[in-house]
Design a protein around this ligand. Structure first.
Ligand code: H2B
Length: 95
């Protein structure tokens, strides 16, 4: 799958939650929860979506904070797959 151009990325970002930012080759969103259990529960939900999509996040967790970085390793950049996963993650958090 071919990676998206910067203008395609900027256009697609508009459909995501405003906290998604472009960081190097990734789109990144930071989440803060009440505690570790809520953060980890969120990560478990994301992991099931990621498995379903066969597309997996780079992420960090420190206590109640989760930082998700998305890019398509196989394409060496951002693709539709990252935006599909980001959208599902957004839906998880607002529901
Ligand atoms: N996740 C991400 N973020 N990028 C990929 O290129 C990728 C992936 N490739 N998950 C998938 C798995 C690939 O390695 C397997 C073999 O389909």
């Amino acid at each position: 799958m071919k990676s998206l151009t910067i203008s395609e990325v900027e256009a697609k970002l508009k459909f995501l939650h405003k906290n998604w930012i472009i960081k190097e080759n990734f789109i990144q969103r930071r989440f803060i929860f009440n505690d570790f259990v809520h953060a980890f529960s969120f990560m478990t939900s994301v992991s099931l979506i990621a498995e379903k999509q066969n597309h997996h996040p780079n992420w960090e967790n420190v206590y109640n904070e989760v930082i998700i970085n998305l890019s398509t390793h196989d394409a060496g950049g951002l693709t539709e797959k990252d935006f599909n996963l980001a959208l599902k993650i957004d839906q998880l958090i607002t529901s």
